[in-house]
Design a protein around this ligand. Structure first.
Ligand code: UGA
Length: 470
């Protein structure tokens, strides 16, 4: 098929590269000429493991990038993958969606049936909005000349390729039979090639052989739009919940690592998204919970569970700061070294991260802050220009002469640091590991005063419990 993906952010560039890999002629369209030039030179416009390799393998063959909306004329399917940032009241700002719809309408081919797909996270009802804008700008009729479909994206940053090629489910919201048939044909490549046996030699498929077949779920448009928000909010609630259990476990002397494992053995609960942290953050959960809450208020339909999970999440950020305050007693004149500025590892995305909140609080009470992140420092600096902090090129520098080390993001490289050497450069050997990720027993053995979250000051991150053969 001929595919156009509008937007070259996380959704558009990954979707574009994936369909090009599956043999479709795919054009990534962005108004930003710099990003387009980058893709055309075989490079990814975002940091995402494996994406550079994929783009450089397919660019000029089945993958193309352009700033020109003329590409829409040839398209069978046009994906809209532009940003939907939060407005100050929490609702999603749909201006980029509207611009894209207008431009699609102006360039649509009247002699061809085009399927327009909302892949960005958009509020319920946006498909109707897109259809009406296209009708106005094209003078064509929805469901005669074109149809609008909702196909929310569920990829996680840092695992985007894995999630796109091996999703748990593909959700299609469509009311038009012709559009449904186009979408099911398009997704054949992913649904029925889940083992990618023929391509097993390719670097990006190797590690996932044997994965189970994705579920292909068809529903009406509004339900599909709602599934995306309901899923993200549910995951946010799940993390807030385990973080609350961590706070209580710490007081009562239980070990949250074992609590989470024991809970996860119940298949109704599942073992995923029970990992303790200083709170969820990033570009999706804060934005999507805010949009749901703002919409629910407009329609007088209170979402108290989600509201509580947002408040609880902010408390989790503060809980971490309080722990350091208690440990160091006064932060005036103290220096804190921060490991990790991104909202999770394997991404350079530093939008809305827990680090920005926690660092602000630390500075407020008088601390000096030194930071390191393997990929996120540039974006963090750009987004937080007013923060007076020292950006360090390596973790060792961020640990020099500090009174406390605070690990916020569990990048693998922090596990592999020479901690023995770091011990010699810190002023005080205290480390707070908010992901319970480091080897606490080893760190204590070499002389660090090491704490995690929800495990008490002397317990290990190694689970003490385990499944026993009886
Ligand atoms: C999330 C969803 O997981 C994706 O399915 C969705 O497509 C995406 O939002 C989106 O809407 O675009 P993402 O924001 O990339 O993906 O990151 P997650 O892996 O979900 O992590 C979100 C936050 O929760 C991070 O700060 C992470 O560190 C934290 N987290 C995650 C925990 O604290 N504990 C966990 O057990 C899991």
């Amino acid at each position: 098929m001929n595919i156009v993906c509008i937007g070259s952010g996380y959704v558009g560039s990954v979707t574009g590269a994936a369909f090009a890999t599956l043999g479709h002629r795919t054009v990534v369209l962005d108004i930003d000429a710099t990003k387009v030039a980058l893709i055309n030179s075989g490079k990814s416009p975002i940091y995402e493991p494996g994406l550079d390799e994929l783009i450089s393998a397919y660019i000029g063959n089945t993958l193309f990038a352009t700033t020109n909306y003329d590409a829409v004329r040839e398209a069978d399917v046009v994906f809209i993958g532009v940003g939907t940032p939060s407005k100050p009241d929490g609702t999603a700002d749909l201006k980029y969606i509207k611009f894209a719809a207008q431009d699609i309408g102006k360039h649509m081919n009247p002699d061809k049936f085009t399927v327009i797909v909302n892949k960005s996270t958009v509020p319920v009802g946006t498909a109707d909005l897109v259809a009406s804008i296209i009708e106005e700008s094209s003078n064509l009729r929805c469901n005669t000349h074109f149809a609008v479909v909702s196909n929310p994206e569920f990829l996680r940053e840092g695992f985007a390729l894995e999630d796109v090629f091996f999703p748990d489910r593909i959700v299609i919201g469509a009311d038009n039979e012709r559009a449904k048939s186009v979408m099911s044909q398009l997704y054949q490549g992913i649904v029925n090639a889940h083992n990618y046996e023929e391509k097993s030699a390719d670097f990006y498929f190797e590690y996932k052989l044997g994965t189970k077949k994705p579920q292909y779920f068809e529903t009406d448009i509004k339900s599909a739009e709602m599934i995306k928000y309901a899923s993200n909010a549910f995951l946010a609630v799940k993390i807030s919940y385990i973080n609350e259990m961590a706070r209580l476990s710490e007081v009562l002397g239980a070990n949250i690592m074992d609590v989470a494992t024991g809970m996860g053995l119940d298949s109704r609960i599942g073992n995923k998204f029970l990992q303790v942290s200083s709170g969820w953050s990033g570009s999706c959960f804060p934005k999507d919970t805010a949009e749901l809450l703002a919409t629910s208020r407009k329609y007088s339909c209170e979402l108290s569970v989600i509201e509580a999970s947002v408040t609880s999440n902010q408390r989790m950020h503060s809980f971490v700061v309080d722990k350091i305050k208690r440990k160091l007693q006064s932060l005036n004149g103290k220096t804190i070294g921060i490991f990790g500025l991104t909202f999770k590892p394997n991404t350079d995305d530093a939008r809305n991260t827990q680090a920005s909140f926690i660092i602000r609080e630390l500075i407020e009470v008088g601390a000096r802050v030194k930071v390191h992140d393997p990929q996120g420092m540039d974006m963090f600096k750009r987004l937080n220009p007013e923060l007076d902090i020292d950006y360090c090129d390596n973790a060792g520098e961020a640990a020099r002469q500090v009174d406390a080390l605070l690990l916020l993001t569990h990048w693998d490289e922090y596990q592999e640091l020479n901690w023995q050497q770091l011990l010699l450069s810190v002023r005080k050997p205290y480390i707070l590991d908010t992901r319970n990720f480091l080897d606490h027993e080893h760190l204590r053995a070499i002389g660090f005063d090491c704490e995690g979250l929800g495990i008490g000051p002397h317990r290990s991150t190694e689970r003490s419990g385990g499944i026993v053969a009886v």
